[in-house]
Design a protein around this ligand. Structure first.
Ligand code: UDX
Length: 437
């Protein structure tokens, strides 16, 4: 089948390559010429394990362009553009609206437009009215991929969600998407068909639940800190209850990235618009707990070191999670910036995130006090304290004795509770975890 994918970010680019992997002829379209150039050459414009290999393997069935008219040759069109956070917290629909506007002239009767972007409930209904005059169909098929596992999550998802119009049009749309995803459905992947509003809500509800789970355990970490309890053991113990489950109960400096924070804020804004803001007022607490985690690290350092000005602090981690170069709303980078603002000299190390961070640090006017490196050992050399802010494996595997020999100050703040605390203590470090000593 001939497929177009509008928007070639983390979601769209991986989706395009994955559709080629399923055997389709795919054209990826994006407004950013540098991104398109890179993809066309088979080079991933961002760090995502397995993505370069997928691009190169499927090059014969994959083309990338900035020219929207190229969508004209396809019958299924995925819309995978971003919905960033607006100043008021709501989702900014500029890119979705312009993608649909740009695509509409090239739609033919019987084409299927498949929305994948995370959108406020009610969007599919609104866009359907724009697409219907072309006699094409629209459906919503939210994406649940995690960065770092994007390829795996696209080709072997936990479930497929189809949001469709009721009646014949919905059946036709379902049959077309089933054909596109035949290779995925053959693996017995659950496929759930529902109306537009439900499909749109599934995505934000899932992310809200995950965010709530993380903030719940971080709230427990706050309690653990004043009672001497150990939040990791607490999580292990409650996680054995299968109704609760252990996943997403890792306390630390909280969630970041391009989805969870903005999706919960966008959901709250939409609920308020709909007059049911009270139903989601708890998500504001989830957001507040999450943001408090970032200041907690600064407070712990101040407790241990006193005035931070003039201190040298190494921060391991810049990206919002390991195996990603994404620094959007990254707790690690926020903490490094706060420490620099408090007068410390900060060296942040990250295998991937150092590069995109350069621009942001410069724009924040912090280049003099906050520098970045890929070399995490160089970062700790001469430091008074080390903060572990992103749990890259290379940091977790590090030998505390080797690190201790490089640092005059033997203080480690484990922002992700990812280190073996006893081996760091044995190496002479004062260890401070998040909700565990
Ligand atoms: C998330 C959802 O998981 C995914 O389904 C959706 O499609 C997009 O948003 P992603 O942003 O890639 O994916 O990251 P995720 O793995 O969910 O982690 C989000 C943040 O939560 C990270 O900053 C991570 O460090 C943090 N986190 C995760 C915790 O602090 N504790 C945990 O136990 C789990």
């Amino acid at each position: 089948m001939k497929i177009s994918v509008i928007g070639c970010g983390y979601l769209g680019a991986v989706h395009a390559a994955s559709m080629a992997e399923l055997g389709h002829d795919v054209i990826g379209i994006d407004v950013d010429p540098a991104r398109i150039e890179s993809l066309q050459q088979g080079i991933a414009p961002f760090h995502e394990p397995g993505f370069d290999a997928l691009l190169q393997k499927n090059a014969p069935r994959l083309t990338f362009t900035t020219d929207m008219s190229a969508a004209g040759g396809a019958t299924v069109h995925f819309v995978a553009v971003g919905t960033p956070q607006s100043a008021d917290g709501s989702a900014d629909m500029t890119y979705v609206n312009s993608a649909i506007e740009g695509l509409t002239p090239y739609l033919s009767e019987g084409d299927l437009v498949v929305g994948k972007s995370t959108v406020p409930v009610g969007t599919a209904e609104r866009l359907s009215a724009k697409v219907t005059p072309t006699r094409a169909l629209l459906m919503w098929n939210p994406e649940f991929l995690r960065e770092g596992f994007a390829v795996e999550d696209t080709l072997s998802p936990d479930r497929l969600v189809y949001g469709v119009q009721e009646g014949k049009d919905g059946d036709t749309a379902t049959a077309i998407l089933d054909e596109v995803y035949a290779g995925i459905l053959a693996k017995d992947t659950p496929r759930l068909v529902m109306n537009f509003a439900t499909a749109e809500l599934v995505k934000v509800a899932a992310n809200s639940f995950l965010a709530t789970k993380i903030s719940f355990i971080n709230a427990m970490a706050e309690i653990a800190d004043v009672t001497g309890a150990n939040v990791t053991q607490l999580a292990d113990a409650i996680g054995y209850d299968t109704r609760i489950g252990r996943r997403f109960l890792n306390a630390g400096i909280g969630f970041g990235g391009g989805c969870l924070p903005k999706d919960i804020r966008g959901f709250v804004a939409r609920a308020e618009e709909l007059g049911v803001g009270e139903a989601l007022s708890f998500l504001k607490d989830v957001d507040d707990i999450n943001l408090r985690r970032r200041s907690r690290v600064v407070d712990v350092l101040a407790e241990e070191l006193g005035d931070l000005s003039g201190k040298t602090i190494a921060v391991w981690g810049i990206s919002f999670k390991p195996d990603s170069d994404d620094i959007r709303d990254s707790p690690a980078l926020d903490i490094a910036e706060s420490l620099a603002r408090a007068g410390a000299t900060v060296v942040s190390a990250d295998p991937e995130g150092w590069k995109p961070a350069q621009d942001r640090i410069e724009r924040a006017g912090l280049s003099a006090s906050l520098t970045t490196t890929t070399d995490h050992r160089a970062a700790v050399t001469g430091a008074d304290a080390l903060v572990v802010a992103t749990e890259w494996k290379v940091f977790q595997d590090e030998d505390p004795t080797t690190i201790g020999a490089l640092m005059p100050g033997k203080l480690v703040v484990d922002g992700r509770n990812c280190l073996d605390s006893s081996s760091w203590k044995d190496a002479g470090f004062r260890y401070r975890g998040m909700g565990r000593a």
